[in-house]
Design a binder for this molecule. Structure first.
Ligand code: GLA
Length: 393
């Protein structure tokens, strides 16, 4: 939907008149560095052109009304009772963000809102983070204006507000990658981020001759009910053991693979040992990827994507039939130099690095093989790499 169409739909829903403003935040695809963020490690995501867009207009009372373009009902939120909306089937993320902003000292302004979300829901491209970051940016902007504060909204703070919402309101113990990418993305760049210090830089992605193709398993899943929190606990158990040898290690990312290899047999639980191996080797793959891309060595980057994918499949065990099928079928196509799952896993999406001239064949052949094996179709996206959260003026 274009901005003009969104404004039109807003007016037919809430009535004409007044100033209607538009805010947008994107989803993300992670190129490499999976399940490293909550272990203090490196990630390398990029913001997409698909995301969450809000049209809004201020009101004079204590009510926020909100609706999504693809849902029927309007949700009403009392801005003085923000703790009370945890059980909403839609609107809980927004209420959670408003609650966190209010705890952080922002005034929540009453308004009417219409959300237009173009990311597949729960598809592993951070549809939730896009909603959190755009909601945080919107209400922080309104609060600053109300209080005569002229400095621009701190987008890293908005990412942290989104993450706190997941932890405190939604119940997912996620890392910072998704919200950070949605807040801090930059057109045609990936974000090289260290997740414990939040030090970051933008790396220009000049993929001369190649296209990033995202394939969606269309498998329904929910992060909260998945094994995500369990993986996090397994990493913490591994860290506890290794701290016996490296007392200064704050996170698994403070331990190198040599150090891990010297002490891996001290991790008696074989599953925990594999989880730790994934995290430590994945960090090193991110660093190697950034180096490879600096040199324009796409083949090397593709190999690292493959190694990451195998580590997620066999050591971290977050893939499953659907993702395994997408990735193995992708790798069969001539012109594919790397393929892996992206995001949390357990369904969701895969990302492949495909020669431009092979993209059409890729979508056709992987799509056909997937549907034959899994029984329902996959979806494919060739999204642009876009900017992070901002107001559209
Ligand atoms: C989800 C989480 C992120 C990150 C990824 C896995 O997307 O929200 O914080 O842990 O999974 O890399």
């Amino acid at each position: 939907m274009t901005v003009q169409e969104l404004k039109k739909e807003f007016e037919s829903l809430y009535g004409a008149g007044g100033e209607i403003r538009i805010f947008h935040s994107p989803g993300r695809v992670n190129l490499i560095g999976e399940h490293t963020d909550y272990n203090g490690g490196y990630v390398f995501p990029a913001a997409l052109s698909m995301g969450s867009t809000i049209a809004l207009r201020l009101r004079n009372d204590n009510i926020v009304r909100m609706k999504a373009t693809d849902l029927d009902d309007i949700v009403e939120i009392d801005i003085n009772a923000l703790e009370n909306y945890r059980d909403l089937s839609w609107g809980d993320y927004q209420a959670g963000v408003m609650n966190e902003l209010s705890k952080a000292g922002y005034d929540i302004c009453a308004c009417d809102m219409l959300y237009d979300d173009t990311l597949p829901h729960g598809g592993g491209l951070s549809s939730s983070a896009a909603i959190e970051v755009v909601t945080a940016l919107t209400f922080a902007t309104l609060s600053n204006e109300k209080n005569g504060i002229e400095k621009p909204v701190d987008m890293i703070e908005m990412a942290l507000i989104g993450q706190k919402t997941e932890h405190n309101y939604i119940g997912v113990n996620c890392g910072i990658m998704d919200q950070f990418a949605s807040a801090m993305g930059k057109k045609d760049c990936a974000i090289f981020l260290k997740c414990d210090t939040l030090e970051y830089s933008h790396a220009k992605l000049s993929m001369e001759g190649y296209t990033l193709v995202i394939s969606n398993t269309n498998k329904k899943r929910s992060l909260a009910t998945s094994k995500y929190n369990e993986r996090r606990a397994e990493c913490e158990a591994g860290l506890e053991v290794l701290k016996g040898f490296f007392p200064n290690a704050q996170t698994l990312s403070d331990i190198s693979s040599e150090e891990f290899n010297a002490h891996k047999s001290d991790i008696k639980d074989e599953v925990v040992r594999r989880r730790v191996k994934h995290v430590i080797t994945e960090n090193e793959r991110v660093l190697a990827s950034v180096e490879a891309l600096k040199k324009g060595d796409m083949i090397k980057f593709g190999q690292l994507m493959n190694e990451s994918g195998d580590s997620l499949r066999y050591d971290y065990e977050v893939t499953g039939d659907e993702l395994d099928t997408l990735v193995s079928e992708a790798r069969k196509i001539d012109g594919v130099i790397g393929a892996r799952m992206t995001g949390a896993g357990f369904g969701g999406c895969a990302v492949s690095l495909v020669k431009n001239e092979s993209v059409e064949k890729f979508i056709e052949q992987v799509g056909k093989a997937y549907e034959e094996k899994i029984g329902y179709p996959a979806s494919f996206y060739v999204s642009q790499i876009a900017d992070g959260g901002h107001e559209i003026k």
